[in-house]
Ligand binder design. Structure first.
Ligand SMILES: [Zn+2]
Length: 132
């Protein structure tokens, strides 16, 4: 994805952030928005039922190499998001991105730069990035 879309998005957010201009409003709205993402995922499990969570302790043998840990670990999810749940989760994630961009604007940070730096870190650390 091009940096331009993140810059364009961040610029659009800066023009729309009128009601919640204070850093206090943006911090709390950003926290609320990630909670709404999590709630939408949980509702996909508990209300819709299109996905299920079945979690238990993950047993990792001392003999397995770090390169193969990813192959044996379970994500504890089964099923597939239905179109309705997928739409709601995407909408909530978009709303969360809005407040993340708003936070960047208030702190004079560039979202593209942050994503690019994280991408470089992931690329450099490779498999060891999973351990953080
Ligand atoms: Zn669903």
């Amino acid at each position: 994805m091009s940096d331009k879309i993140f810059d364009k998005f961040q610029n659009s957010v800066s023009q729309l952030l009128i009601k919640h201009k204070s850093i206090l409003d943006v911090l709390t709205k950003q926290q609320e928005s990630i909670t709404r993402v999590n709630r939408a995922i949980i509702k996909a499990v508990t209300s819709c039922g299109c996905i299920e969570i079945n979690a238990s302790k993950q047993e990792i043998s001392d003999e397995i190499s770090i390169e193969h840990i990813q192959d044996i670990l379970d994500n504890h999810l089964s099923g597939q998001l239905c179109d309705h749940c997928q739409d709601i989760i995407k909408q909530e994630m978009g709303n969360h991105l809005f407040y993340l961009a708003a936070l960047c604007n208030l702190l004079d940070l560039n979202l593209s730069d942050i994503i690019e730096k994280e991408q470089k870190k992931i690329h450099t650390l490779g498999i060891y990035n999973m351990l953080r």
